[in-house]
Design a protein. Sequence first.
Length: 252
Amino acid sequence: MIGNSRVAMVTGAGSGIGRAVALKLQADGFDVALLGRRIAELEKTAADAASGGGRFLVTPADVSDETAVHAAFEKARSAFGRLDLLFNNAGTFTQGVPLEDLPLEEWKRVVDVNLTGPFLCAREAIRIMKAQTPRGGRIINNGSISAQVPRPFSAAYTATKHAITGLTKSISLDGRADNIACSQIDIGNAATDVTAKMASGILQADGRVMVEPRMDVAHVADAVLYIANLPLDANVQFMTLMATGMPFIGRG
């Protein structure tokens, strides 16, 4: 065992929101297992560790691969001894096309990463949280504001993010007896590489292409840390965090 502090697993930890959240948790004293497909990017996250914070552990895995996910969580449990927090963040998109032009393989790829992946990671986390002493822990799912409203030509992404809401509610209910809390944070226009195109213009529901405001990804990391530091007898069930001026309220 290489640490005895609070322990977190962050998926999609090699870039964007996942990297920002992992660094924020580590700086606050969490030992953090970094899960993602690209080991070089995970190592870049680990290289930015704050002095005096918790420890990083690189656990490369594809979240849609059951065997790889199990191995990653076992590696983290073996190294750190427990798991207090899972941030289910990894996700992917399809090219923006009308539903009737969306290939089945693209639909399945997005479902595998955005829905099956969080299920597999939550399942491993719950098994560890139920067995450890003290028992319990917290799972935070990245829902995206697409869990509430769609963008044009985003059927696969939107469907999976709506499904995350059901998964969040089910984990909250089923985990209650074992002191496992589950939250969902719906994020809109955090400034990462994924949202860079919004600075030059993105398709709107009325057919216009419009520049959308973005917010510093650090605000997302702060929000996740706030939820993570709550005692397990309190929970933020759902949070929407978005750039104030983005077209969400009144979208369409």
